[in-house]
Design a protein around this ligand. Structure first.
Ligand SMILES: Nc1nc2c(ncn2[C@@H]2O[C@H](COP(=O)(O)OP(=O)(O)OP(=O)(O)O)[C@@H](O)[C@H]2O)c(=O)[nH]1
Ligand SMILES: [Mg+2]
Length: 465
C-alpha cells in the first residue's frame, strides 16, 4: 500500500484512518481489535494516522456508523490527509459505496476483509496459493463491482490497497459475467490441484509416517518453530500472515521414529469466510494431520482469545477431532509469574521458546509420546530381501530389541496401528508366524507390503484427505 509522490522517486506509505465499532458482541476489546487492524495495515505498507471509534447497538444500515461519526470521518480525512479509511468490520457493498460517496474521491473506503485479502495477495508464492487468493478476492469483488470497483472501469487504478486485486486480470474491469466465469475456472483449477494434493496426502498416510501440523494465530511463531526443529528455512517475519503456503519437512525423533512437520497459514479473528472457503485445500493439510500443535504466543495478552479463534477455524474445517497439544511459544518474553499461571491453567501444554530453543527437546518427547499412543508391541521376522520393509521398520517403529538371524531380521518393536497391520504377516513366534500365513505376494511397487494389506489401507484412507 504505497502512493507515488510527485517530484520524488520514493514510494511513501498510504495514510490510513482506522474505524472500529463496539457492538458489544465480541469478546475482544475494541482497542485490541483495532491494534491488530493497525498491524495488518502496517503489514500492508500503510501508516496509521488516526483512529475513530463508536459504540452502537447495531450497525447503521446505510453507512455502518452513525451520521455524526461519518462527519467525523470526513473531517479526519481532510485534517490528516488520509488516503484510505479502514473499517474493522466487514462492510456491505452498499455501505461501502455510500461511504465512498460521502467521503469523496480519491479516499478509499475498505474493510478488514479487503485488507487481509490484499496482504494475502502479496504473500502468496505458490501457484495454488495465488489461485486461492484470486478466488477469494474475486468473490469479494463480485458483489461490489458496481460500487467501489466502478472506478476501475475505464480508468487507471489509483494504486494501493484494492488495486492489486486480481493482478493482471483485465476482465476484472469488464463485468460480472466474466468474473463469474473466472471464478468457476479458478475453482476447477483448484479442484485439480486439490486432487493431486489429496493423492500426495494419501501416499503419506499410507506410508505410515506420523504427521504433525503446526497451527496457530498469525505471528505466533509457527515458522520459527519449524525452522528451529528442521532447519527448513521458511520465511519468518514480525508481520501478519508472513507464511501462506504449507511447507512440510521430515524429522527423526530420538525415539527412532520419523515424523513430518507442516507449517501453514496463520489464523486471525474475523478471518473472512471467503478466505477460509478459498483456502480449504491448504487448510486441509491441518485436517490431514495425526497431531495438531496449536502454537500460541504466550507473551500476547490476548492468547486466550487467540486460542479460541484458532479452535473455531479448526472446527469450521472439520479438524476438531484431531488430537492437539497447546504449545506456548515465546516463553522467553514472559516472567515467572505469568509462566506459572499458564502452567496452572494449561497443565498439559508445552512451554517453549522457538528463538532460544528452550523446551524444544521436551516438545519432541511429547510428540513421540503422542505418536506412540495406541502402539502395540510385536515381534516380527523380516527376510533380508525385504529391504524397504526393514527400512520402514527402523524409521516408523520404536525398536525394543533386534537381532540378525539366519531367517531374517527378528525384531521386537512398538508399532502404530497402521504399521502393525503392515507387519502382521511377518509376526514371529506366535500362531501367525507359520510359513503358510507368512506367504507374501510379490512386491508390486517395491513397498514390501502384502497385496491384501495394500487394499485394506486403500479402503481405510479417510475421504477427507
Ligand atoms: N521472543 C520471541 N520471538 C519469537 C519466538 N518465536 C518467534 N518469534 C518472533 O515472532 C515473529 C513471528 O514469527 P513467525 O515464525 O513468522 O510466526 P508465524 O506463526 O509463522 O506467523 P505467520 O506466518 O505470519 O502466521 C518473528 O518476528 C519471530 O522472530 C520466540 O520464541 N521468542
Ligand atoms: Mg509463518
Amino acid at each position: 500500500m504505497t502512493r507515488f509522490e510527485h517530484h520524488s522517486t520514493a514510494f511513501v506509505p498510504e495514510r490510513a484512518i482506522l474505524v472500529g465499532v463496539d457492538l458489544g458482541r465480541s469478546e475482544w476489546l475494541l482497542e485490541d481489535s483495532l491494534a491488530e487492524l493497525g498491524r495488518l495495515a502496517q503489514t500492508d505498507g500503510a501508516e496509521v494516522v488516526g483512529t475513530l471509534t463508536q459504540r452502537l447497538d447495531a450497525p447503521v444500515p446505510k453507512t455502518f456508523i452513525g451520521k455524526g461519526k461519518v462527519d467525523e470521518v470526513v473531517s479526519a480525512v481532510r485534517a490528516l490527509d488520509a488516503d484510505v479509511v479502514i473499517f474493522d468490520d466487514e462492510l456491505t457493498p452498499s455501505q461501502q459505496v455510500n461511504l465512498e460517496k460521502i467521503v469523496g474521491e480519491p479516499t478509499k473506503i475498505i474493510d478488514r476483509t479487503a485488507l487481509i485479502l490484499d496482504i494475502f495477495g502479496q504473500h502468496a508464492t505458490t501457484r495454488e496459493g495465488r489461485l486461492q487468493v484470486q478466488l477469494a478476492q474475486l468473490s469479494y469483488v463480485l458483489p461490489r463491482l458496481r460500487g467501489m470497483w466502478s472506478h476501475l472501469v475505464g480508468e487507471q487504478t489509483r494504486g494501493g490497497i484494492g488495486s492489486r486485486f486480481g493482478q493482471g486480470e483485465s476482465q476484472l474491469e469488464v463485468d460480472r459475467r466474466l468474473i463469474r466465469k473466472r471464478i468457476s475456472t479458478l475453482k476447477n483449477e483448484l479442484k485439480a490441484l486439490e486432487t493431486r494434493r489429496g493423492v500426495q496426502s494419501k501416499a503419506r498416510w499410507e506410508s505410515g509416517v506420523y504427521r504433525v501440523s503446526l497451527v496457530g494465530y498469525t505471528n505466533a511463531g509457527k515458522s520459527t518453530l519449524l525452522n528451529a526443529l528442521t532447519g527448513a528455512g521458511v520465511y519468518v517475519q514480525d508481520e501478519l500472515f508472513a507464511t501462506l503456503d504449507p511447507t512440510t519437512r521430515a524429522l527423526d525423533l530420538e525415539e527412532g521414529r520419523k515424523i513430518t512437520l507442516t507449517d501453514t497459514v496463520g489464523f486471525i479473528q474475523k478471518l473472512p469466510t471467503m478466505l477460509v472457503e478459498a483456502f480449504k485445500s491448504t487448510l486441509a493439510e491441518a485436517r490431514a494431520a495425526d497431531l495438531i500443535l496449536l502454537v500460541c504466543d504466550a507473551s500476547d495478552p490476548n492468547y486466550r482469545l487467540q486460542i479460541s479463534a484458532v479452535c473455531n477455524v479448526l472446527s469450521d474445517i472439520g479438524a476438531s477431532e484431531i488430537p492437539r497439544v497447546i504449545v506456548f511459544n515465546k516463553c522467553d518474553c514472559i516472567d515467572d509469574e505469568a509462566r506459572r499461571a499458564l502452567e496452572r491453567d494449561y497443565p498439559s501444554a508445552q512451554f517453549i521458546s522457538a528463538i532460544d530453543g528452550h523446551g524444544l527437546r521436551g516438545l519432541l518427547h511429547r510428540i513421540a509420546r503422542e505418536a506412540s499412543e495406541g502402539d502395540s508391541t510385536m515381534t516380527v521376522c523380516i527376510p533380508y530381501g525385504k529391504g524397504l520393509l526393514i527400512k520402514m521398520l527402523h524409521e516408523r517403529c520404536q525398536i525394543v530389541r533386534e537381532s540378525y538371524e539366519e531367517v531374517g531380521l527378528v525384531g521386537t518393536v512398538r508399532a502404530s496401528e497402521r504399521m502393525a497391520k503392515t507387519l502382521a504377516p511377518y509376526r514371529y513366534g506366535d500362531e501367525l508366524g507359520d510359513t503358510e500365513q507368512n506367504r507374501l505376494v510379490e512386491d508390486v511397487d517395491g513397498q514390501g507390503m502384502p497385496a491384501d494389506e495394500l487394499q485394506r489401507t486403500d479402503r481405510e484412507t479417510p475421504d477427507a484427505m
